[in-house]
Design a protein around this ligand. Structure first.
Ligand code: ZN
Length: 147
């Protein structure tokens, strides 16, 4: 597997049920990240898709996103947010490697049920400064390195 590939934030039991870009009842008019259903579960381990530093833990993107961990990539050009969490396992300023256990999934904030919202933002990193999340959907590799 190429080192350029991101891994998925959850393991292969879970997949994207509401993808980036679909139209709907969000402030931006479209979904700004990928939602992974956790099949009614909370406490599912959430793994870093990419290395970087922990930029913030808490509600840096607002209370609608619930409890969040936001990672900034090594070059500072992307921020990756893991949202609606139940617990976090990292601290601001900490370096994290790809695949590191960052947090446990939950149902916090504006959420209609347990799931993970994963979002990638580009400068200037405000609401709507998002891009289609890059993930590894390639066949049997799906999420398998997220351990
Ligand atoms: Zn979402």
């Amino acid at each position: 597997m190429s080192l350029r590939l991101r891994i998925n934030p959850l393991d292969a039991r879970f997949w994207v049920t509401t993808p980036y870009g679909v139209r709907g009842d969000w402030a931006a008019g479209y979904h700004t990240g990928d939602d992974y259903s956790t099949h009614g579960l909370t406490g599912v381990p959430v793994h870093s898709t990419w290395p970087g530093w922990v930029w913030a833990v808490g509600n840096p993107w607002g209370v609608d996103y619930g409890l969040q961990v936001v990672i900034v990539g090594p070059l500072g050009r992307v921020r990756m947010g893991y949202c609606h969490l139940s617990r976090t396992h990292v601290l601001p300023g900490q370096w994290v490697r790809r695949g590191q256990h960052l947090a446990d999934s939950g149902d916090s904030g504006r959420s209609t049920g347990p799931h993970l919202h994963y979002e990638e933002r580009r400068p200037p990193f405000g609401y709507g400064d998002c891009r289609q999340p890059r993930r590894n959907d390639k066949g049997s590799q799906h999420g398998r390195e997220g351990t």
